[in-house]
Write a protein that binds this ligand. Structure first.
Ligand code: NAD
Length: 240
């Protein structure tokens, strides 16, 4: 039988790249859809921007008959100039939502026909523990929290719409992970210490593979009865 095909948005770095590696190891044929090429041997790269609907549709169509879609493309609030609500900046809010939430909505729509044509197909979205808890502490990007909270609900809606076709949709909510997106944390000792205390299981940031392994599991047949769920990978962040 031909290898199943997966498309990973944001597959060129961090959690997306770790997901590509985990899917490859599980025998998937993997395409990374990103602004830049994947650094991994064996991964096909499609250069596209998830905020550009036409380009995204063409890129998804070029990937062939997908059995899994992983929506990992994302930007931090701070990179878009977003901050707390009292400093409301509508342009920054739109920019953060365009990649982190609207990008996943558009990617799911573009892949929907292919995914619902194959029973056992899966979508996995990447939220954040900040989207579950509301952020807080030093994390004050309200647009990012809103986008990540929105992904939880979007994923439930996708799960409800896809179930009759055998399509599953699940969401992962990572704690703080050592990737370029979280560079601000790695480079600030006080912030890194705050995060380490929030993640007592590791006393440190997570590694991208900690999340990639769960995403690959959720894409595969062992998770065939799991849908509509949000699973935190947060090293104990939400335990008091
Ligand atoms: P990363 O910066 O390492 O990877 C993000 C990738 O998304 C990059 O390769 C980037 O080029 C791509 N990307 C950004 N904008 C894009 C666009 N418009 N179109 C296509 N690709 C685009 O970051 P990461 O930490 O691996 O983040 C992956 C996902 O995980 C994001 O959705 C992020 O919000 C989420 N997340 C990260 C953390 C963390 O601590 N790093 C925690 C929780 C959730």
């Amino acid at each position: 039988m031909a290898e199943p095909q997966a498309l990973v948005t944001g597959g060129a770095s961090g959690i997306g790249a770790a997901t590509c590696a985990a899917l490859l190891a599980d025998g998937w044929m993997v395409t990374s859809l990103d602004l830049r090429p994947s650094p991994l041997t064996g991964v096909r790269s499609v250069i596209a921007d998830v905020t550009d609907e036409a380009g995204l549709r063409a890129a998804v169509a070029s990937a062939g008959p997908l059995r899994a879609l992983v929506c990992s493309a994302g930007i931090s609030g701070s990179s878009a100039g977003d901050g707390p609500v009292e400093a409301a900046d509508a342009a920054a809010f739109d920019a953060v939502l365009a990649v982190n939430l609207r990008g996943a909505f558009l990617a799911a729509g573009a892949a929907w026909a292919a995914l619902t044509a194959q029973p056992g197909a899966a979508i996995v979205t990447v939220s954040s523990v900040l989207g579950l808890t509301g952020g807080g502490g030093p994390f004050r990007s309200h647009a990012y929290v809103a986008a990540k909270g929105g992904l939880v609900s979007l994923t439930k809606a996708l799960a409800a719409a896809g179930a009759a076709s055998g399509l599953r949709a699940n969401c992962v909510a990572p704690g703080l992970v050592r990737t370029p997106l979280a560079r601000r944390v790695s480079e600030d000792p006080a912030l890194a210490e705050w995060v380490a205390a929030k993640q007592p299981l590791l006393g440190d940031l997570l590694e991208p593979d900690d999340v990639g392994a769960l995403i690959a599991f959720l894409c595969g047949p062992a998770a065939r009865a799991v849908t509509g769920q949000t699973i935190a990978v947060d090293a104990g962040w939400q335990l008091d």
